[in-house]
Design a protein. Structure first.
Length: 423
């Protein structure tokens, strides 16, 4: 570490800041459904997720190797490129967090990296085949696969338990949901913490500290695991509320199916080195679980906004990364200006978030713009006929009606006793 320059140290710190934002941005992936169904209290859920994220960071380095030596060509890439890429990723993470949208931190990082590399060295600096096979294709396939798996698992669960009392099995499903949420947290640490390990390793390679193709040093693994764990414990309550209550309403069996399907897909992809988005996988699982239950409803307005954010993540982060790289290429003053813009932009977004804060105390309340009415079911023939029949009036109603319609007789003046009656 004695060869690390000031610029390289700034890049490493910025990468850890991104890892921190990744933690609180993606806490919802593991714990949103667990919190929404009441399986765990919010604070206990994020503490458990943070601990398992830290453990997961030590399980594999395959995704880190994909990022450090797969997406872009290491030769000819300057350290400033990595810094510019992280700026684009951090700002996009904060914008989508402010909006409560579960966008992909992974794709924000990839977009920033690709945009900065293209601005610095042209399109030849990007390994297009790796981007397609290990980023774009998994981005399309993973949420679909996870959604279908969760939908089938939900339907199978309800079919198996169709003759049992749902309240009696809820406790068991909540326990299973806690276990599956822990597995998702472990998988999240295995997949997402490695992305920061990969980006730091890439920066060390560009700075001449490591040779190309080197594995992440132990201090990189530890620091990346700690950063994502601290971010996870902070809790991205806005996105947790969207995924837990904004997309659909989940019962414990659905939450268990969603978490199990997501964990399976994430762990399999980590083993294969696919750097997919855990956000997209978990969101697809939640929607699949919502559709898997008879009468389940997905709030497609929220889902549509989420899909739009997914589509914009790569190009938006890429544009910011390219702009940041243009400024860093101007020299020391450009690097300083980018750092100032990053701090100022982050502070401005945080200040906006304080206008409508969301905390662990109100995270289980559905967002105001996601409230939907249950679709009205058309009345049947018998119901319509019964509604057309006028019920007979009650005795009290008849008496009240008679009192109101029959006037009382006029009072008769009493006869005068002083006058004799006429014959």
């Amino acid at each position: 570490m004695e060869h690390i320059t000031l610029l390289l140290a700034i890049v490493v710190v910025t990468a850890l800041v991104f890892d921190f934002t990744n933690g609180f941005h993606d806490t919802a992936n593991a714990m949103a459904t667990t919190i929404s169904t009441g399986a765990l209290k919010p604070k206990a859920a994020v503490a458990m997720s943070a601990a398992l994220n830290l453990v997961g960071a030590f399980l594999s380095v395959e995704v880190a190797k994909t990022i450090s030596g797969g997406i872009i060509n290491e030769k000819g890439i300057r350290t400033e490129v990595i810094f510019a890429a992280l700026v684009g990723a951090i700002l996009w993470n904060l914008v989508t967090w402010l909006l409560g949208l579960p966008s992909s931190s992974s794709h924000a990082l990839f977009g920033g990296l690709i945009g900065a590399a293209v601005m610095s060295a042209g399109w030849s600096s990007v390994n297009g085949s790796t981007v397609v096979t290990k980023v774009l294709l998994p981005a399309v396939a993973a949420p679909i696969v996870a959604g279908l798996a969760s939908m089938l698992a939900t339907r199978l669960t309800y079919r198996i338990n169709r003759n049992t009392d749902e309240k009696a099995t809820a406790k068991g499903y909540r326990a299973g949901q806690i276990a599956s949420a822990g597995l998702v947290s472990l998988a999240h640490g295995t997949n997402d913490a490695q992305k920061t390990m990969g980006i730091i390793t890439l920066a060390l390679v560009t700075g001449g500290v490591l040779h190309p193709g080197a594995n992440p040093p132990m201090w990189v693994i530890v620091s990346a695991g700690m950063a994502i764990a601290m971010g996870t414990y902070l809790g991205g309550w806005r996105i947790i509320r969207t995924m837990g209550k904004g997309l659909t309403e989940l019962a414990p069996p659905q939450g268990f199916a969603a978490q199990s399907g997501a964990a399976t897909v994430i762990l399999a992809s980590s083993h294969l080195g696919f750097s997919l988005s855990t956000t997209q996988v978990c969101s697809g699982s939640v929607m699949g679980a919502g559709l898997g239950r008879k009468g389940g409803v997905v709030r497609w307005s929220t889902a549509t906004r989420m899909f739009v954010a997914w589509g914009l993540t790569l190009p938006a982060a890429g544009l910011v990364g390219a702009g940041a790289e243009f400024l860093t290429g101007q020299g020391t003053w450009g690097i300083a200006l980018v750092a100032i813009l990053l701090v100022a932009g982050s502070g401005f977004i945080w200040k906006l978030s304080r206008r409508e804060p969301v905390s662990h105390t109100d995270v289980t309340n559905a967002p105001a713009d996601t409230a939907i009415e249950a679709p009205a079911e058309p009345a049947g023939v018998i119901t319509t006929a019964m509604a057309a029949v006028t019920p007979p009036p009650t005795v009290a109603a008849v008496a009240a009606d008679l009192t109101a319609t029959i006037p009382a007789p006029a009072p008769v003046a009493p006869a005068d006793p002083a006058r004799p009656a006429a014959v």
